[in-house]
Design a protein around this ligand. Structure first.
Ligand SMILES: [Zn+2]
Length: 293
């Protein structure tokens, strides 16, 4: 069933688990995530990022995402991940998305507060929830061609901790903007990890103490070991974005199949393989996020 993400997160806060947020820019990914959530009997969030527009337009995949959410046997929020422009996020709202990550993190703190506050008022008046972010989160690890936010400029020598969310700023941001959820940086990065991530749980605890009415979100969930993920959930994280590990999982298996086959391979068989492998990966992730054992 299609739901609002504020409701999903309220339940997650009560039950001390996290809801997975998975990007679904292809039909196979969308089916894999919905089927995994149903099999695990877990609520889920399906995401379309502005950066996914190069794969498929929101006007095309959006109605499919909403249709799959409506038909699902578990609660599903349909969410914009990293919405960077007003044009894109308003298209998503019109398409029926139930929550938006309004990512103004490339701006300075005051501008981010100002833009996000305005957007929260509009979104809430339409029953749409809002996630935001302060401080840009790097992609990949420092010293290995790290990029900051969506810039491609290399900043190799900056320690990752320089980008960690400051608890006081997080508290002030949530109070002034009224966002439903805040992405926090305390040790994860976007994309593929080249070094083992170490989460700063002490910092997360301090952030949570300053943001009692806001759900905390961890991006870059791929590659963080299960114990650290569970620790993060128990100390405040209630939504985890997870994509890279899932979308890169099928390729090695597909390659083996292609190399081992003498006959022509139908594309739909490759697509089906992708679906099955991604569903497995997604179920593994959801199992950890449910934080039960
Ligand atoms: Zn992200």
């Amino acid at each position: 069933m299609l739901v609002n993400f504020a409701d999903i997160l309220k339940d997650a806060e009560k039950g001390n688990y996290a809801v997975g947020g998975f990007n679904t820019p292809t039909l196979e990914t969308l089916k894999a995530v919905i089927d995994a959530a149903q099999e695990m009997n877990s609520p889920v969030m399906i995401n379309h990022a502005e950066g996914d527009q190069c794969v498929v337009d929101i006007d095309v995949i959006g109605p499919l995402m909403i249709e799959y959410a409506k038909k699902a046997t578990v609660p599903v929020a349909v969410h914009v991940d990293h919405g960077l422009t007003d044009d894109f996020v308003l298209r998503a709202v019109r398409a029926g998305f139930t929550s938006i990550m309004y990512d103004m993190s490339a701006y300075d703190f005051e501008t981010n507060v100002e833009k996000t506050s305005k957007f929260v008022k509009i979104a809430h008046s339409m029953g749409v929830s809002v996630e935001a972010m302060i401080n840009e989160m790097p992609a990949n690890m420092p010293g290995k061609g790290m990029t900051i936010g969506w810039n491609t400029e290399r900043t190799d020598d900056i320690p990752l901790s320089e980008f960690f969310t400051r608890p006081g700023e997080a508290g002030e941001f949530c109070e002034r903007t009224g966002v439903d959820a805040l992405t926090v940086s305390f040790g994860t990065v976007h994309g593929k990890y080249v070094a083992k991530p170490v989460l700063d749980i002490q910092r997360l605890t301090e952030i949570k103490a300053k943001t009692p009415n806001t759900s905390l979100v961890m991006h870059g969930g791929s590659g963080v070991d299960a114990n650290q993920v569970r620790d993060a959930i128990s100390h405040g994280v209630k939504k985890i974005n997870y994509y890279t590990a899932m979308t890169t999982a099928p390729a090695p298996e597909i390659l083996k199949t292609i190399e081992g086959s003498k006959d022509p391979i139908y594309f739909e068989n490759i697509a089906q393989m992708g679906y099955e492998i991604m569903k497995e990966k997604c179920m593994e992730a959801i199992k950890v996020f449910l934080n039960k054992d």
